[in-house]
Design a binder for this molecule. Structure first.
Ligand SMILES: [Zn+2]
Length: 193
């Protein structure tokens, strides 16, 4: 727990799981502002060092996923940091994008993966992928195979007009050849000022 003094900016943390903006509640105690709630990511809902069953859990912790409450999972985002975020009917990719003030293409650009299970089974891949994200993708695809009869997904790479249906081993082979960081594509990015 921390705080800040009058006139200082309200502290904002970067979420360790999705990179979103995390905020905390602060209370005016007369001599400054004292943090009274853990930092909470507005995008994915993770909390920093939350108090659970009387114990502070270390690091960023996601709330219980919808599947743990028996809700149907209609898709996933896998963040560039390799955190799987479950989507549901009521809280889908569009809802997430609105909340985070972003778009699917922006997230793909940042190395996120989008998986949808709602109207068919489709995967949108970014042009680069961290090792952690790749590992999570392998795990999530196995879960989907085990729990549903969706067949092979339609896989599309960002920036390409068409994709194709691919079995899991082909997908994993494809993503193993992706760079782990974004490759500079514009002259400005190639030679940053
Ligand atoms: Zn987050």
């Amino acid at each position: 727990m921390s705080g800040y003094t009058y006139g200082e900016q309200v502290p904002i943390e970067e979420c360790g799981l999705c990179g979103g903006h995390a905020r905390a509640e602060f209370c005016d105690v007369g001599v400054g502002m004292v943090q009274i709630e853990p930092f909470h990511c507005l995008d994915c809902g993770a909390e920093l060092n939350p108090l659970v069953n009387g114990e502070y859990l270390p690091g960023w912790v996601l709330p219980a996923p919808p599947s743990s409450r028996g809700e149907r999972v209609t898709g996933y985002y896998i963040t560039s940091k390799g955190t799987p975020l479950e989507m549901t009917f009521d809280d889908d990719h569009d809802a997430f994008n609105r909340r985070a003030g972003t778009s699917t293409s922006e997230l793909l650009w940042r190395g996120w993966i989008r998986i949808t299970l709602l109207e068919g089974y489709a995967i949108d891949l970014p042009q680069f992928m961290s090792t952690k994200a790749r590992r999570t993708l392998g795990r999530v695809l196995k879960t989907i195979e085990a729990e549903s009869e969706m067949g092979d997904p339609y896989v599309r790479m960002q920036g390409e007009d068409f994709g194709s249906e691919m079995p899991r081993p082909s997908i994993m082979s494809l993503v193993s050849r992706l760079p782990t960081e974004r490759v500079a594509v514009t002259p400005a990015e190639r030679s940053p000022a």
